[in-house]
Design a protein around this ligand. Sequence first.
Ligand SMILES: Cc1cc2nc3c(=O)[nH]c(=O)nc-3n(C[C@H](O)[C@H](O)[C@H](O)COP(=O)(O)OP(=O)(O)OC[C@H]3O[C@@H](n4cnc5c(N)ncnc54)[C@H](O)[C@@H]3O)c2cc1C
Ligand SMILES: NC(=O)c1ccc[n+]([C@@H]2O[C@H](COP(=O)([O-])OP(=O)(O)OC[C@H]3O[C@@H](n4cnc5c(N)ncnc54)[C@H](O)[C@@H]3O)[C@@H](O)[C@H]2O)c1
Length: 465
Amino acid sequence: MQTAHDYDVVVIGAGPAGEGAAMKLSKEGKKVAIVDARGQVGGNCTHVGTIPSKALRQTVFNIMRYQRDVMFQRVGELRNVPLSQVLARAHTIIEQQVAVHSRFYDRNEVDVYYGQAHFVDAQHLSIKTREGGTELLSFASAVLATGSRPYHPEDIDFSHPRVFDSDKILTLDYPVHKLIIYGAGVIGCEYASIFVGLGYKVDLINTQVQLLSYLDDEIADALSYYLRELGVLIRHQEQYERVETFDDCVVLHLKSGKKIKADAILWCNGRTGNTDNLALEAVGLQANSRGQITVDQQYKTAIPHIFAAGDVIGWPSLASAAYDQGRCAAAHILGVADTPRVEDVPTGIYTIPEISSLGKTEKQLTEERVPYEVGQAFFRHLARAQITGETVGMLKILFHRETLAILGIHCFGNNAAEIVHIGQAIMQQKNGGNTLRYFANTTFNYPTMAEAYRVAALNGLNRLF
Ligand SMILES: Cc1cc2nc3c(=O)[nH]c(=O)nc-3n(C[C@H](O)[C@H](O)[C@H](O)COP(=O)(O)OP(=O)(O)OC[C@H]3O[C@@H](n4cnc5c(N)ncnc54)[C@H](O)[C@@H]3O)c2cc1C
Ligand SMILES: NC(=O)c1ccc[n+]([C@@H]2O[C@H](COP(=O)([O-])OP(=O)(O)OC[C@H]3O[C@@H](n4cnc5c(N)ncnc54)[C@H](O)[C@@H]3O)[C@@H](O)[C@H]2O)c1
């Protein structure tokens, strides 16, 4: 047998979950290797997921902002900008991110291997390197952080040049006037904002009754309203029957009998955990029907020295949580028993307008019969929003009408994903620190968006009797 390189821990997948685990373990003195099939670190997060989509979204947001501004009317010519041109900026950011994260591994003396990894047995991993060779690594513990990829129903031909998923869309290199987006989860809604902002006609097909039903109803309604305002045609409760492809167009046939024709279709319905080529059977592990691995409170799989974190374990499938899950798994490998599991993860949805929330929704509190009250601040009343011109949006604080404890924070509008963290910091304070009074009794900079918390708190307190 080939000589193995020996490691305390081998991490498979160099996305956020893998990096979180590798950094924590190496800083605590473990000999760590990380493996990634891609040939660059950063994971799907950096190369095809969070980073390119957010960079694209920012460019589109900037274009839309200039188009609104009378001083920049000529920028109106920017409608129907080729995606390749808009993506140029995203590629620069990807390169910067790869450089930053590569240095982390260098400085922390984590050995990085590039190639597809699979288990040989419960102590050995084989890597098919990108140069065609093989490497054998032995490990005392392993962390699976192999992430996820778009789910491909068998009857859809993703090799057709007019059929895209969220990875392939980043290679779109021909003009598109009308795009069908099938699946109105976070990815579908974010890409609907991006493409409508670029001047494409967008039909968004939702298989559910409303958009992002886990959001507070008022926020989900606002998203539907503003996507429609931008020009997105939303169809709820529709299921595909088949996708017909032609050289110059696609036709989506829905079970309801409707037919929709467009230049291309972007399939955004479902993701699958990357477990199929890990040879999990060699260690006695099994993934579920969505390719995901089950873990316990410590991110430990059914095999006690093998851990898993990030998209490969399913919910919440966020880069934000993945990094912390990786660190948490590492802490348990190191034997730090009291490390809490990653819970209470905020949502940060980069549609236009942006959405962010944390804690309970009004529907949940009503069902649980919690006596809550609402405090609202509309962005259009805030000086900072008027100055920036970003007046669409609202901050809503849900609080207990007797204890004044903060129960939920729901925000939409520009920078919602940042604004929510002010409330999060207070909401997490136990021992009496978590009350609405903090916002009423604290002086905020002026003019800022943070002022929304004072406005919402006073609005809520005024409702009490
Ligand atoms: C379009 C889009 C937008 C998103 N936007 C956001 C957002 O705004 N905010 C947010 O928090 N999250 C967002 N997400 C989710 C986020 O990208 C994922 O939650 C995150 O990437 C998960 O990180 P991870 O470390 O689990 O795995 P990944 O980032 O998926 O990385 C896994 C790595 O493992 C490697 N790998 C897989 N199998 C093997 C193998 N057998 N051998 C070696 N290497 C292997 C892969 O090559 C990959 O590089 C978005 C996702 C998508 C698709
Ligand atoms: N800003 C953000 O935080 C952000 C942005 C984009 C994506 N994401 C993450 O990416 C993930 C995917 O995004 P999404 O919201 O579009 O939802 P999704 O693609 O996971 O779900 C869409 C629909 O497909 C179904 N589905 C999921 N996986 C399936 C599978 N393997 N087989 C069959 N059906 C399946 C789901 O039940 C749902 O009805 C989410 O978990 C989300 O958290 C986050």
